[in-house]
Every structure is written in C-alpha cells, then in structure tokens.
Ligand binder design. Structure first.
Ligand code: ADP
Ligand code: MG
Length: 349
C-alpha cells in the first residue's frame, strides 16, 4: 500500500469528524433500545447478567504488522479476531468493541475503509458490535482494539486451574499460521489453491474459536484454557508454570492431517515442530478433568474446529514428548527446531 500517493481520498480530506461520521454510518453497531453507540462521549450498554470480560490489544505498523504482506481488510479482520480469541480463552462470548486508531493524514481512505471492513466482517461472524473508539493523527498506523465479552459468573475459565492428571486438548490444527507465514515470506502467491490457500488463509484470516471457548466453559469440565498466540509449547508452559506442573505429550495423538504434512514438506518444515511451536493460530488449548471427560466430549462434538487430545498434565515440571517411534524427548533435548521456533522471529504480529 503506497501511503504517499496524492489521490483525493485521504484521511486529511475527511477530517477526524468526517471520518468518525463515516465509520458510524458504515460500521457502527446497531443501536438497541436504551443503548448509545458511536457519537456521544461514551457508549452506554445494558449490563449483561453474570460477569464482564475486557481485553485490549495494540498493533503498531512495522512492529506487529507489515503492510507489504497484509491487505487492509486482512489487517482489520486479524486484529479483531486476535481480541475475540482472548475472550474465547476466558469462556466469554463477544458483546462489543471499541477501536482507537492513529494514522498519518495522508492515509488513503480506501485503506482505512478496508481495515474497518475487515473488522466489520469478523464482527458480523461473531455478533460483536462496534460502539466507539478514538481517532487521531499519528506518524504511522497504530490500531488498538478493546473488546468486551460476557460469561456466566461461575463459568470463567482461567489459565491457572489445571491439575496433575488433567487431559490436554487443542482445537483445530495449530501450526498452519506458521506455515502460512513461511509461504508468504517467499512472496504472496497470486491465486493459491490446495494447501497454499489453506496456509495463507490461516495466517492472514484466522477464525477465533469463541464458539469452542464458550461451549468449553459451559460444560464445566475445563479446568484451564489459553489461546495459542506464541505456539503450543510456549503457551502450554503458561498453563502449567504457576502450579509447577509439567506434561507428557504423545505425538501419535496429534491430529496432523495429510494436507498439513504436505504443506510442511513443501515448505521444508518439520510438521511436528510446526504443530508444537508455530504461533498465532488462535486455537484454544484446554485442560479437562478426567472425571468430567464425558461432559467435555459431548460439548466438543459441537466445536466447529473439533478438539484433539495431545497429552496429560503431570506433577513434575517440564514437558516430555513421546515421539511416534516410541523415543522420548524433553527439556533442552527437544529438537532444535522447537526451540528455534519458540524464539519466533519474523512474525507478522
Ligand atoms: P471525544 O472528543 O470525547 O474523544 P470523539 O470526537 O473522539 O469524542 O468521538 C466521538 C464519537 O465517535 C465517540 O462516540 C467515539 O466513541 C466515536 N469514535 C471516535 N473514533 C472512533 C473510531 N475510530 N471508531 C469508532 N468510533 C469512534
Ligand atoms: Mg476522541
């Protein structure tokens, strides 16, 4: 996206208020009786029953995203999905969001429109409403989203509830986003098909697992939950570290599809390393009480992305991985690829 082109439609031409009016008209959440959306000093909502969950995220151009890879719609989509993923990981369902935006005055309106369209499509999918925000000029694009969700009082799921013996499950197939990033690093394919299309979509337009998150919370069997932003292994350690616990993972249980393996092999990535240590998939990792497994299984049948076992929580710290050939890997002995991955590097956000 060239920001310096002198085309007529840029932020400066509309001005801050013109732009807010435009956002309100095109993207503002539907006003419900007794509520106030965009246009006043603050948004007013009816308080939902139960508890409110709030989360915010800051995206800075050059630090968290690169406009060479992302179309504006994808940037907006991904920004809202990342926030929805945080709500999902608490077991909360989406209610409303606010958007704070800084942008240079010469930012083309089609670009900003694209970002809002992306957020708006993600919002439509989840039923969340845009109720306010803030707009100002800045030297580069900074996008900060705040989301609000609701959850029944006793259904909040935190990162800290896991106990030894709990079963570990992950939604979907983590690692795709990493494969997508690898693919894009070699240049954005024009008309991708098959695994290329899948990998690109998973990186650029991930879908947050709020349905899975709320169903998981409601079934009462999930003791802890976290969304995968750093990668399965690093996020697993966040789930375990407070209690000084560890885990045994079983490679043979991992759901790694033929298409995923093909993508990994074409991109010269180790599929198991991508699965365990890729990042930004926004899948959910959850621990499940074994005695409530039946309730979990019933709930998981309704997860659009499914839930797949990866291992169990153990008393002793550290993660041990049983490889497909029966050998064991652990700690510093985990293949170098895992640690290399875990260190990240070159991520788009
Ligand atoms: P204030 O001066 O109180 O900050 P503003 O003039 O910035 O008010 O905002 C006017 C209204 O427009 C408010 O309801 C605010 O929430 C909304 N708004 C401003 N910027 C955005 C934005 N980027 N996205 C959505 N709503 C916005
Ligand atoms: Mg303001």
């Amino acid at each position: 996206m060239k920001r310096n082109d002198p085309s007529p439609g840029c932020l400066r031409d509309l001005g801050e208020f013109g732009f807010i009016e435009h956002v309100k008209r095109r993207f503002g959440g539907p006003a419900r009786p007794g509520e106030v959306g965009i246009g006043d000093d603050g948004a007013v909502l009816r308080s939902p029953p139960g508890k409110v969950v709030l989360s915010t995220d800051l995206l800075v151009e050059g630090t968290h995203f690169d406009l060479r890879y992302f179309l504006p719609q994808e940037l907006g989509w991904r920004a809202l999905m990342a926030n929805l993923s945080d709500l999902a990981a608490m077991g909360a369902s989406p209610v409303c969001y606010l958007v704070a935006l800084a942008a240079p005055p010469d930012t083309p309106l089609p670009f900003l429109d694209g970002v809002f369209r992306g957020m708006s499509s993600a919002a439509r999918l989840s039923g969340i409403r845009l109720v306010g925000g803030d707009t100002c000029r800045g030297e580069k694009i900074v996008l900060s989203l705040t989301v609000m969700g609701k959850v029944a009082s006793r259904r909040v799921v935190r990162r800290t509830g896991a106990r030894p013996g709990d079963l570990l499950f992950v939604t979907g197939e983590p690692g795709w986003s990493r494969l997508g990033l690898r693919l894009l690093a070699g240049g954005r394919p024009r008309d991708p098909k098959g695994w290329r299309r899948e990998a690109m979509r998973r990186h650029l337009c991930p879908v947050a697992r709020w349905r899975e998150g709320t169903l998981a919370a409601r079934c009462g069997a999930v003791s802890a939950m976290i969304d995968l932003s750093d990668g399965l292994l690093p996020d697993l350690s966040h789930l375990l570290e407070r209690g000084g616990m560890g885990a045994v993972l079983d490679e043979r249980a991992f759901r790694i599809s033929a298409r995923f393996r093909k993508a990994a092999s074409e991109l010269r990535e180790d599929p198991v390393a991508a699965f365990l240590a890729g990042g930004e998939d926004y899948e959910l990792l959850m621990s499940v009480r074994p005695q409530r497994y039946e309730a979990f299984r019933r709930a998981a049948r309704r997860f659009p992305a499914g839930a797949f076992p990866i291992g169990v929580v153990t008393k002793g710290a550290g993660v041990r991985l049983r490889r497909a050939d029966g050998s064991w890997t652990e700690g510093a002995g985990l293949p170098a690829g895992f640690r290399h991955f875990a260190a990240g590097g070159g991520r788009a956000s």
